[in-house]
Design a protein around this ligand. Structure first.
Ligand SMILES: O=P(O)(O)OC[C@H]1O[C@H](O[C@H]2O[C@H](CO)[C@@H](O)[C@H](O)[C@H]2O)[C@H](O)[C@@H](O)[C@@H]1O
Length: 291
């Protein structure tokens, strides 16, 4: 069994040479850094109701300090762009004028600096899936009291079945996931697994493609991706390939016991969203003072 050092409360710790070297590398050449950040569980603490999520203020402040100083700073998320714009207050409060948001695993895009929005049409199959997942949530509760409390989040181009509010969230997810996968197969949709959630989405796009879109566009020298969940692994793997090719980079994981396998994808491990805030503050300190 691999024994990993654990970060102190609300802090972070580097596990690899890549992780140990990332602040020096970023401080030496901030304008070549591509910083990609997941939203839920990374910038925003996990809560029962996704509509009530709020971004950690410390992370927003650290990001604001770096805004415009890096090659690009982007939120790469499973959420809709509209939700992230609301929850970051990117259009209302100062500080994130250069932020890029890649939403719904990269299908949607918003560039704060220009106001450009990419928002393609939603396929009919997703609307059909919504009805079938609602029926499934009801059936689950009728069949087993442990699975009562599942609910459906409608994100337009994706529909998510949430089990966090179920009587036994892990049991409900284990029961729901294979049945949700069958619905996805029938409707030729794609599944995305996460923390007490299974999503059915129209596009096969993953966060790996979203991150590659930014890499191709920005041509960074230094690549940092922060995430917490299985949906982030494809993008973290892109960073692993980047590091293996000899470039400076780091996979920064917001770690919680809910998804322990994420430790296997980390160069830096953080104590949940507070640890991410501490890492972003350290990055902002180095990037801003040494310019
Ligand atoms: O890519 P992300 O930014 O991590 O978004 C992935 C999904 O996150 C949301 O669900 C998660 O956060 C909820 C609020 O804290 C929590 O209740 C749920 O259990 C988590 O799975 C969101 O609701 C989804 O739409 C996102 O796709």
């Amino acid at each position: 069994m691999t024994v990993r050092p654990e970060p102190a409360d609300k802090s972070w710790i580097a596990l690899t040479d890549a992780g140990r070297g990332i602040l020096d590398a970023a401080a030496a050449d901030p304008a070549t850094v591509l910083l990609a950040l997941d939203f839920d569980g990374t910038l925003a603490p996990i809560v029962d109701d996704p509509a009530a999520s709020t971004m950690a203020q410390e992370s927003r402040e650290a990001m604001s300090r770096m805004d415009g100083k890096l090659a690009t700073m982007a939120i790469v998320t499973g959420r809709e762009v509209a939700a992230v714009r609301r929850m970051t207050a990117v259009d209302k409060l100062p500080g994130l004028e250069h932020l890029v948001v890649l939403g719904q695993y990269g299908v949607e895009r918003y560039d704060a600096v220009s106001g450009a929005l990419r928002d393609p049409e939603v396929p009919e199959a997703v609307r059909i899936a919504k009805g079938q997942l609602e029926d499934l949530a009801e059936e689950l509760g009728r069949e087993d009291p442990r699975d009562r409390g599942c609910w459906i989040e409608d994100k337009g181009r994706a529909i998510a079945l949430h089990t966090r509010r179920a009587v036994d969230p892990a049991h409900a997810l284990a029961t729901a996931a294979p049945r949700a996968r069958m619905i996805a197969t029938d409707l030729q949709l794609h599944c995305e697994d996460g923390r007490n959630i299974i999503e059915l989405k129209s596009a096969v796009t993953t966060k790996a493609q979203a991150l590659r879109e930014l890499i191709d566009e920005v041509e960074p020298q230094i690549l940092i991706m922060c995430g917490d969940d299985l949906g982030d692994v494809p993008a973290l793997d892109v960073v692993a390939g980047w590091i293996n090719a000899g470039h400076p980079g780091a996979r920064v994981v917001s770690f919680s016991g809910e998804q322990p396998s994420m430790a296997d994808h980390a160069d830096i491990i953080c104590d949940q969203t507070e640890g991410i805030s501490a890492f972003l503050e350290a990055l902002a300190d180095r990037v801003c003072t040494e310019m």
